[in-house]
Design a protein around this ligand. Structure first.
Ligand code: AVI
Length: 316
């Protein structure tokens, strides 16, 4: 059976088409960032995490290593670690080494990618029960029966929360609380507000990897939705929006363009753009307010020496 004949893939394509057509028709034009992550987009994101300008991944990884002992003392042994949007699970071994959990449950909407990274983890932690769940964690998830009676530690690194708006980020924290139940804890990474130059360079690197990541969205539309977008007519732009405390990514047309997506005609004038991503950054007070709004009480906060990135531990 071809990939586009699989019912689930068809559902994904329908949702992608609806978001793209709706997003190109509205003003300002905006397409949700979750559509970045096809296979090519996921590869480009992995490459972003290794860029010299993209400080979040290496800073959070180093911070996790530094706080491992403290974290173990606060969390205790024997919890089931539930990782939301586990993806390639690169930070997971640091946490699993630190807290010695009873089980590990990665949850990701992209099952293939998750199962491949789980294989590596299983080799590294042969005695740890690993139970992957393929699900959309933006709504409450039914966890495997095997961990029903264990206390849970939710793990949501990478400041992925920052890619959501205020309502969605609160909703997702509430969904996590509902999924994890009473007595749960949450370990979450949240990127800090910092110098504009540092932020804008992190999202507009010299090698052009983030530009390629952003433009891949248009290539994906052409590949999967029969689009005729002239990708070379668009330029990547990353800009700090101080009122909203977020980095925004846009694709701006450098000349007037006409194209179709799924037989729907669109025209974009030179200088107009498509808003493709928000990456919110948080001061300590904002982060705590968000956690509380999402049903979590912060109990510890750690940052790196340069205060670039924070990790919070919260309890339900
Ligand atoms: C996945 N997410 C946390 C990244 C971020 O920093 O907002 C996505 C990203 N976009 C451009 N570079 C990285």
């Amino acid at each position: 059976m071809a990939r586009d004949e699989v019912p689930e893939a068809r559902g994904t394509t329908d949702a992608f088409r609806a978001d793209v057509i709706d997003g190109l028709a509205r003003r300002p034009r905006a397409i949700p960032a979750r559509w970045f992550y096809d296979r090519r987009g996921s590869e480009l994101f992995e490459a972003i995490t290794e860029l010299p300008e993209y400080y979040p991944t290496r800073t959070e990884t180093a911070l996790l290593k530094r706080i491992a002992g403290d974290l173990a003392a606060q969390v205790g042994a024997g919890r089931a670690v539930v990782e939301f949007g586990s993806g390639s699970s690169t930070k997971t071994p640091i946490l699993l080494d630190a807290i010695r959990p009873s089980a590990y449950v990665p949850i990701d909407i992209s099952g293939d990618f998750m199962r491949a990274s789980v294989r590596d983890l299983a080799a590294r932690f042969p005695r740890l029960p690993i139970i992957p769940v393929e699900a959309d964690f933006t709504a409450p998830v039914t966890l495997p029966v095997e961990i029903r009676d264990l206390p849970k530690l939710g793990f949501f690194p990478g400041s992925t929360i920052g890619n959501m708006g205020a309502f969605s980020s609160t909703d997702i924290l509430r969904a996590m609380r509902a999924s994890l139940g009473e007595g749960a804890m949450l370990l979450i990474g949240m990127d800090r507000i910092k110098q504009v130059e540092t932020l804008e360079c992190a999202y507009d690197d010299a090698a052009g990897v983030t530009a390629a990541f952003n433009l891949n969205l248009l290539e994906r539309i052409n590949r999967e939705l029969g689009g005729t977008i002239p990708v070379d007519a668009f330029r990547h732009r990353a800009v700090w929006n101080p009122e909203a405390a977020r980095i925004e990514m846009h694709l701006d047309a450098t000349r007037d363009v006409d194209f179709v997506v799924d037989d729907m005609p669109f025209a974009i004038k030179a200088g107009e753009g498509i808003h493709t991503e928000n990456s919110h950054k948080y001061g300590s007070a904002d982060a705590r307010t968000l956690l509380r709004a999402g049903g979590w009480t912060p109990i510890a906060e750690w940052t790196d020496p340069d205060d670039l990135f924070a990790i919070f531990l919260a309890k339900a």
